[in-house]
Design a protein around this ligand. Sequence first.
Ligand SMILES: Cc1cc2nc3c(=O)[nH]c(=O)nc-3n(C[C@H](O)[C@H](O)[C@H](O)COP(=O)(O)OP(=O)(O)OC[C@H]3O[C@@H](n4cnc5c(N)ncnc54)[C@H](O)[C@@H]3O)c2cc1C
Length: 414
Amino acid sequence: MSGRVVILGGGTGGTLVANRLRRALPPGAAEITVIDRDDRHLYQPGLLFVPFGLTRVDQITRPRHRQLHHGITFVEATVDQVDLETNRVLLADGATVPYDVLVVASGAALLPEETEGLEALRRRDRVFTFYDPIGAAALAPALAGFDGGRLVLNVVDMPIKCPVAPLEFVFLADWYFRRRGIRELVDLVLVTPLDGAFTRPVASRMLGELLDRKGVELVTEFSTASVDEPDRRLHGYDGRTVPFDLAVVVPIHGGQPYVGRSAGLGDALGFVPTDRHTLQSTVRPNVFVIGDASDLPASKAGSVTHFEGTTLVENVRRFLAGEALASRFDGHANCFIEAGAGKALLIDFNYETEPLPGHYPLAIGLPLLRESRRNHLGKLLFQWVYWHVLLSGHEVPGISATMPLAGKWRVPAA
Ligand SMILES: Cc1cc2nc3c(=O)[nH]c(=O)nc-3n(C[C@H](O)[C@H](O)[C@H](O)COP(=O)(O)OP(=O)(O)OC[C@H]3O[C@@H](n4cnc5c(N)ncnc54)[C@H](O)[C@@H]3O)c2cc1C
């Protein structure tokens, strides 16, 4: 067993896979190289808190190379394309990197240019996003100066990273304006392409009720055609319009541009077709995919990326050893949902089982789909776990990569 393992992207997935492979493979069995376009690893869940002044971008960013263990080569360069025929990665500076096994871990890209009017994001006047560090930082003074009116959160289209983050934003906005004593002067509106607050029925109903209790208006099945900043309106393809004074927009997501330039690697959206249980790509046997870069019907979330790591590392090891791959990944996802006022909810689900109430990971664990202080503490603690346990590739004690059923209650969907 020996080989050159090249990992494209040194974010959540690329870092944890590199560190786990370093330990899983016998010494000298593989050269592991991670390629990323910059040396700034951003804890993306922290972006949610930046607009509310609860953290700053520099407090959630660390040097990328420092998260990689000894014996892993870090290359700071932009990937221009992958040549699947010759097993080589072409870099923007003209260099080439040959591989025996390729791990695509380059995440998802924000594509505001796909929506008419979203160039307004660059002006940072009345239209913002918190999905990138510059936008999140610019939104903080805009929120601080907002003294009343319609604050509209618009998800342009699915899939997006962390599908619960828009809900968290409006829950935190409710708390934030209450704390400033001007909640009654602010109309909070969540505009979504979904037919409810979330993708799956039980969670959608329970989260919809929570939006209602917090006085957040929910506009569903809204397919955004354009964002008109001068006229302060979202326009839908069906002719509906939604007025705003301040719009916070989650742009369309796609794969990274280099995927589109790499013949045979991606689908029409730039995501890489991937086997849902082995995490081997369906484009080449020696290409594996982790995290947001795949076309899997799982959430684009750090937790999913983390759970995928277990199966992916085992399968890269098996592939190099000429063994059959393990079909273990079950779509497991879990997310804390910050609800404001020091409380959060937790959801846990997989391909087959929707988020259900109960407890996690066992019958006496954290409450599921219910606001609690313990969940909020879990959300805060998670940043420490991310830097010290998850990225370094260790198992989180008590948390299994496959979804536990113990502790979950079956409830009627209606
Ligand atoms: C606002 C927000 C809140 C979130 N909250 C949560 C949460 O609460 N819980 C949760 O589980 N998840 C959350 N997420 C999602 C989570 O951060 C991502 O799902 C996770 O980081 C995906 O990991 P990844 O490795 O696939 O991609 P990333 O971590 O995004 O890494 C991709 C890497 O690829 C690099 N790259 C891309 N293109 C190139 C190129 N051409 N050349 C070189 N390098 C390249 C990038 O620089 C990047 O470092 C949130 C995301 C956002 C935006």
